[in-house]
Design a protein around this ligand. Structure first.
Ligand code: NCD
Length: 298
């Protein structure tokens, strides 16, 4: 049985097949491919897009969805996540989708289940469905000609599972990443890293802007200090018209966007920004993933 824990769980050919299905599902119309199937979602961390995207994808395929409310579940009574998942598994769902702050948790749950586990984000570790929808958005934009395209991933690289999974996936399709961040969010990498976005912007085909994950940084910073820090960050890393001028460039962001800190209002309205296209693509890519994993031969 196949699970989706990191983008490396799918080969390039499997991903290209997935994209064919995603294209067919692109109009986001309802069908009955997964009629009678039951999907459980378990989100231990906040989510707007990913959770609703999975739920809509499942429902568009005719599946039923049970969203376990973790705030009121038995993990609050001391049950381990492993036991919660084993108990849910005993009720014979067809897939379990999980988001949790512990890196590696979804991978460790595989031995407790008889159905596919889909990782919807584990700490800083991985977010495979986001990387797949990002790649799909890039792939469609460049008509499949992704080889050699330069992509700057800009922001809080050190805390971002979106960055981790994209760095695992995009180079497999010939994309050339450059990691752009202030020193405090820098990671050591086999890819070029820099803190100077302005200096490299002219070389780029794509910018993927990321939010600074303040909730992952331990801090007793006062609100005024935090605001000052955000403004300082925005001066160097916010994607603005002044920065990209009339350049032909694709602007991406996984959301949630901090307006005028990550990307300016003006650029969010600009047709080079495909942030909402990413959200739409998220549904059809997740439809393709659910179809693949649930209908696979056991
Ligand atoms: C991201 C996440 O949760 O990892 N959002 C998402 O899934 N679209 C990024 C973030 O929280 O900044």
């Amino acid at each position: 049985m196949q699970h989706l824990i990191t983008p490396n769980d799918f080969s390039n050919n499997e991903i290209l097949d997935l994209f064919k299905d995603a294209r067919l599902f692109g109009d986001l119309q309802t069908n009955s491919i997964l009629e009678g199937k039951l999907i459980v979602t378990l989100f231990f961390e906040n989510s707007t897009r990913t959770r609703s995207s999975f739920e809509i994808a499942a429902k568009r395929l005719g599946a039923d969805v049970v969203n376990l409310e973790v705030q009121t579940s038995s993990t609050k009574k001391g049950e381990t996540v492993e036991d919660t998942v084993a108990n849910l598994n005993a009720m014979k769902p067809d897939a379990i989708i999980i988001r949790h702050s512990d890196c590696g948790l979804p991978a460790s749950l595989v031995e407790y289940v008889d159905c596919p586990i889909i990782n919807a984000g584990d700490g800083k570790n991985a977010h495979p469905t986001q990387a797949l929808l990002d790649l799909f958005t890039i792939y469609e934009h460049f008509d499949g000609k992704t080889k050699g395209k330069k992509i700057a991933i800009v922001g809080d690289i050190s805390s971002s599972r979106v960055a981790t999974s994209n760095l695992e996936l995009l180079p497999r399709f010939g994309l050339k990443p450059i990691l752009v961040s202030p020193k405090k969010y820098k990671v050591s990498s086999i890819y070029k890293t820099t803190s100077k976005l302005k200096k490299i912007v002219n070389k780029l085909d794509i910018i993927m802007s990321l939010r600074v994950q303040h909730e992952r940084h331990e801090s007793n910073v006062l609100p005024e200090e935090l605001e000052k820090e955000k403004q300082k960050y925005a001066k160097k890393y916010c994607i603005t018209k002044k920065l990209i001028k009339d350049k032909d460039i694709l602007i991406l962001h996984p959301g949630p966007v901090n307006r005028n800190i990550d990307i300016s209002d003006e650029i969010l309205e600009d047709k080079r920004s495909k942030v909402l296209q990413q959200v739409a693509n998220g549904v059809c890519v997740r439809m393709a993933i659910l179809k693949k994993l649930i209908l696979q031969k056991k």
